[in-house]
Design a protein around this ligand. Structure first.
Ligand code: HAM
Length: 533
């Protein structure tokens, strides 16, 4: 046995501090979590009935995937992404070397200056090796920075300390600009990831259209408010393949509305629009820009900026003072090319065929840049300003834009689960979800073994059972059963234990019977699941 070392040190005082979920994030607690599971499970069932299949995607991706797909002038990419750089452990030494290159204090002393130059040389060599491995990003931008660094370092080697300032600054600027890690973003949406996965796995070679759905969290640094969170959840679906038949758009919308109907989200409105293709939209955008320039002085700052960067987004403005101006702007429906006009007309025929009601909204341009032709949104009651519960549309050029094969078309949507559930809760139209079925009220040491055994048997039949770990007084036990919302109390006292029976008490009306094990199992089966279950 070793003696405990004597110590006079006191244990460090632990700061008393309560942790809270970060702003814009939240916990989904029971019983709400059961509602969420039911909602997501219903989506899976409805989507699978349309032959969609689950795709599980990474939560973080290369930042440039979202920049390229969603667009650099969108709110999402411009200001809402959670982006961080991850350094591989082998790159940390290189990072330290960079800090020395950037922070070397005394360059006037000749000896110091010579040592500095040797460090710069070492750094340049290490960068070259890391880029060839590659352990650091080897894209075009980073290669250019590395080449500049090499040239500027070479120039530095030939100067004296008195004339070094500008040369050192150039080397340092390059060193600063060099990306040493992977720039990574928590996904703000999943369409880009689905397309990335489609391309990466060569899914264009698989038979038929790829019909995929996903369920999970997304991240956007928006100002939190009711129905708007920084970690929020989507249930989304995408169809990718060579066809852009309007029947695909219509089937996607039918599936979406079937799902909303299935979960009881009925107080909703579907808005549709066509925003044209790369043939007709640029001409319309120029027209729009020209008209917007004429009224520029009457618009607010955001819209003024968008006239040049992305005029379509001006149509999205909710500012009351801009509404009369926007209403007078040219409408895309009057500027669609023949192919887009025909596509939109056929989509409307298809919707009529399927009995789907909708409202056309010429201003529905959506906040992401990848859309072509069909765009749509669903709004729900009870949500205030954040009333869009679903957004989606066609994105025919996206796969190619992300480096995939040409000619692959796409369409899809994402439902905001947080908002859909809020709307269901506001409407009071909530399903009755099964809770605790049986609370086992056991009393006396002899009752414990039969209680454990019957709990196991009931759970094997997937009834939800609560077995108190310690003996409780009869009244307290039934009180707890009540508070937990159990449907039945299964009473096992010394009597029952001796006779091998159980007293089953229905808590809603206090009706009770003494039953043997097989009668008990039959009774629970028929009362909780119906006679044919
Ligand atoms: P989105 O319109 O950006 O589209 O988002 C879809 C839905 O996600 C919105 O209608 C809303 O219900 C919900 N949502 C968005 N941001 C938040 C937030 N901060 N808090 C709570 N809910 C939010 C997309 O994400 C596209 N990827 C949809 C798509 C799929 N288009 C084609 N395929």
């Amino acid at each position: 046995m070793t003696d405990k070392p004597e110590t006079t040190e006191k244990a460090p005082k632990i700061e008393r501090r309560q942790f809270r979920a970060i702003k814009g994030t939240r916990d989904i607690l029971p019983p709400d979590s059961a509602l969420w599971n039911w909602f997501e499970q219903s989506a899976r069932e409805v989507f699978e009935s349309y032959n969609f299949r689950d795709i599980r995607l990474p939560i973080f991706e290369e930042t440039s995937l979202f920049a390229r797909a969603v667009g650099t002038d969108t709110d999402i990419v411009g200001k809402e992404m959670y982006t961080f750089t991850t350094l591989e452990p082998e790159t940390e030494k290189l990072n330290d070397l960079r800090s020395i290159v950037l922070g070397w204090p005394d360059l006037w002393d000749r000896q110091q200056f010579e040592a500095y130059k040797r460090t710069v040389e070492l750094f340049v060599q290490a960068v070259e090796q890391a880029m060839n491995a590659p352990r650091i990003p080897a894209d075009r931008d980073n290669r250019t920075v590395a080449q500049n660094l090499k040239n500027h370092a070479h120039e530095l080697m030939g100067v004296s300390p008195q004339h070094a300032t500008d040369f050192v600054e150039r080397v340092r600027a390059d060193a600063r600009a060099l990306e040493l890690g992977q720039i990574t973003t928590l996904r703000p949406e999943a369409t880009a990831s689905v397309c990335r996965a489609y391309i990466e796995h060569g899914m264009q070679t698989l038979p038929g259209n790829q019909k995929l759905y996903y369920v999970g969290p997304m991240f956007r640094r928006e100002r939190p408010q009711k129905g708007r969170y920084r970690q929020f959840y989507q249930v989304g679906a995408e169809v990718l393949g060579p066809s852009d038949a309007p029947a695909i758009d219509a089937e996607v919308l039918e599936m979406l509305l079937t799902f909303f109907n299935c979960v009881g989200l009925t107080n909703i409105k579907l808005y549709i629009n066509s925003i044209g293709c790369k043939e007709c939209r640029p001409k319309y955008v120029e027209r729009l820009r020209a008209e917007l320039r004429k009224v520029k002085d009457h618009l607010k700052e955001d819209s003024q900026r968008r006239i040049e960067t992305n005029p379509l987004r001006v149509l999205d403005s909710k500012l009351p003072e801009e509404q009369p101006i926007i209403e007078k702007l040219p409408r895309i429906s009057d500027h669609l090319c023949d192919a887009c006009r025909e596509h939109f007309a056929k989509l409307k025929d298809e919707l009529a065929l399927r009995g789907i009601g909708y409202q056309e909204n010429w201003r529905l341009v959506r906040g992401l840049d990848y859309y072509t032709r069909t765009t749509f949104e669903v709004s729900a009651a009870g949500l205030g300003s954040q009333n869009a519960v679903c957004g989606g549309g066609r994105y025919d050029g996206l796969v190619e834009l992300l480096g995939g094969p040409a000619g692959i078309k796409g369409i899809g949507f994402a439902i905001g689960t947080d908002r859909a559930i809020l709307s269901l809760q506001e409407s009071g139209n909530l399903p009755k979800l099964p809770g605790l079925a049986v609370f086992i009220a056991w009393m006396g040491a002899k009752a414990y073994a039969p209680a454990v055994a019957i709990a196991k048997k009931l759970r094997a039949r997937r009834f939800s059972v609560e077995l108190p770990p310690e003996e409780m007084k009869f009244k307290k036990s039934l009180g707890l059963a009540d508070k937990l919302g159990a449907k039945y109390a299964l009473i096992i006292g010394e009597d029952e234990a001796a006779s091998g029976t159980f007293t089953l008490k229905r808590l809603s009306d206090a009706h009770q019977d003494k039953l043997d094990e097989s009668a008990l199992l039959d009774r629970l089966q028929s009362e909780l699941r119906g006679p044919n279950a």
